[in-house]
Design a protein. Sequence first.
Length: 217
Amino acid sequence: MTTLIDLSHPLEQNMPLFPRSRPIVISQESTFAREGYNELTLCLSTHSGTHIDCGYHLLPGGSDTMTTPVDRFFGPGLVLDCRHRVPRNSITREFLCQHEQFIRSSEFLLLHTGWSQYWGDTRYFQGFPVLTADAAKYLTGFTLKGIGSDTISFDPVDSHDLPVHHAILDTGMILVENLLNLDNLPETGFMFCCFPLKIQKGDGSPVRAVGVVTSDG
C-alpha cells in the first residue's frame, strides 16, 4: 500500500513570507458567471510558501529550475527529529554525526524542528534552528540531492551573507524551505519529491512537496 503525505503549505493571500518578499496577490480574472470558466492570476515570488532554492538563487552560474535534471527533485528521504535535541537552536555537526549511516543511504535530509507549529505567528520568523557552518560543510561530503526544513530559511532572517545557503547551493544541492507535516513521516523508508515549475532562469519555485510511504498490506 502506498500513502502520499502532503508536506506543503497552501498558497494564499496574507500567508507568511520572508520579510523582504512582496505580498502574494491572487486575483480572479474569469468566473463561471461571466466567462463560463474560472481562471486566477497569481503574482508571487519564486520563494513563496513551500519552495525550493536552486543554485541560481545565489550563484550566477548555478543551476536553475529549468536546467536542473528532473531526477534531482526525487529520491529516498530521511527525517531527523531536531526538536529538543539541538543546543541553542543550532543543528551541529556532532548531532548529525550520530545519524551518519542513515544520511549516507539517503538523498534528501529533512530537518524536523517543529517550527511549522508557528506558521501564521510572528514567532515563525524568530529563533528557529539552523545548521551551523560546520554542520553545513559536513553535509556537503555526502551524495545528498537536497536538504529540507520546516522553517522559513536555512539562515537566520537577519543574515546578510547566508553562509548555510552558500555552503549547500555551491555544491549543486537544492534547499527546500517551509515544509509541513514532517511528524507524519517515518524516519526512513520513504521517497521524497519536490518538483518545481520549469521556469527559465528560475532561482527557485513553489513546490508541492510530498512524502511517498510504501508499506506491506
